[in-house]
Design a protein around this ligand. Structure first.
Ligand SMILES: Nc1ncnc2c1ncn2[C@@H]1O[C@H](COP(=O)(O)OP(=O)(O)OP(=O)(O)O)[C@@H](O)[C@H]1O
Length: 298
């Protein structure tokens, strides 16, 4: 498959009355990777995705799929497959029937609908009405709809919502495979932890503005290290942390020391003649970084 198109927004803005849902966003999503589009509830993710897909008109700026807006592609659904809302199905249609309604619009044969419904694990439920589908089944159907045109770019809004753990692993593998094939894969979520094991890159927004865009690896570097220590002299370790300006809090049978690596804590304890029974690097907590960047609290 040819490399997917980049998805980019430039100075993108959208106001609903006095609400600035999206406020001057600029970023580019590359092909061949899974990108997490992250932000707390109401950050403006869905509105941004809707503008990218030509469903909402921007107040300012532009959104491009490759070199032009989504709607200017000859067959948009063959370029970007999107699943924005899992709940917007006609409840009286069957799962297969739903796909068959969309197939001619996308320009694919009926046969593909049957293949896809099997592919997303809904084979046994293909002839049941969507009204009776669970949230997870609707997510799978939304994904099948997005994949109808075998698009080189895939945009999914909160795709893990309602999926069981097995479904989440399945989705993760699928997205990885799409990225490995060179497609552009964009998934939104309001929980970093949910996509932490899936994404290569992150674009984080809050209150309609970009707060961070990088690889997941670079984001992890922002997570301050933590070190777990056990010692028969925890009072001595506490004093040491105070002297060095390391925040320390009780955890399990020892202390969790913030902003310091295991090597730093070990060396300081050694110099102070303090005996340690455990010294373990805990690494930083990505969710804390996410909350810090977006101004949220746990
Ligand atoms: N059609 C609309 N009319 C009025 N306000 C809207 C409309 N769509 C979105 N908003 C407002 O714009 C802001 C951003 O909403 P949006 O749904 O884009 O956020 P989100 O990041 O997708 O949130 P969530 O994670 O909760 O889905 C919110 O304050 C929302 O209330």
């Amino acid at each position: 498959m040819a490399a997917g198109p980049t998805l980019s927004v430039e100075g993108l803005a959208k106001s609903f009355g006095s609400v600035r849902a999206v406020d001057g966003l600029t970023f580019t999503i590359r092909s061949g990777a899974v990108t997490g589009f992250l932000g707390p509830n109401g950050a403006g993710k869905t509105t941004t995705l809707r503008m990218l897909l030509g469903l909402t008109r921007p107040t300012a700026g532009r959104a491009l799929v490759g070199d032009r807006p989504y709607v200017e592609h000859e067959r948009p659904a063959r370029v970007v497959g999107a699943a924005l809302e899992a709940s917007s199905f006609h409840p009286g249609r069957t799962g297969l029937g739903h796909l068959e309604v969309f197939a001619p619009q996308v320009g694919v044969a009926r046969q593909r609908c049957r293949e896809l419904i099997e592919f997303v694990g809904l084979g046994a439920a293909a002839d049941r009405r969507v009204g009776g589908y669970s949230m997870g089944m609707r997510q799978r159907l939304a994904l099948a709809t997005a994949l109808l045109g075998d698009p080189p770019a895939i945009v999914l809004d909160e795709p893990a919502n309602g999926l069981d753990p097995e479904g989440i692993v399945w989705l993760r593998r699928l997205l990885r495979r799409f990225a490995d094939e060179g497609r552009t894969v964009l998934v939104s979520s309001h929980v970093l932890a949910e996509v932490q094991h899936t994404v290569d890159d992150v674009v984080i927004i809050a209150q309609g503005r970009l707060v961070h865009a990088s690889s997941l690896e670079d984001l992890a570097h922002l997570a301050a290290p933590e070190t777990y220590v056990e010692s028969p002299d925890l009072g001595g370790v506490s004093r040491l942390c105070e002297e060095r300006g390391w925040p320390a809090r009780p955890a399990d049978r020892g202390l969790l020391v913030g902003t310091a690596t295991a090597a730093e804590v070990g060396a300081a304890a050694y110099r102070a003649g303090i005996e340690l029974h455990q010294l373990a690097s805990r690494g930083g907590d990505l969710e804390d970084v996410f909350l810090r960047l977006t101004g949220g609290t746990r």
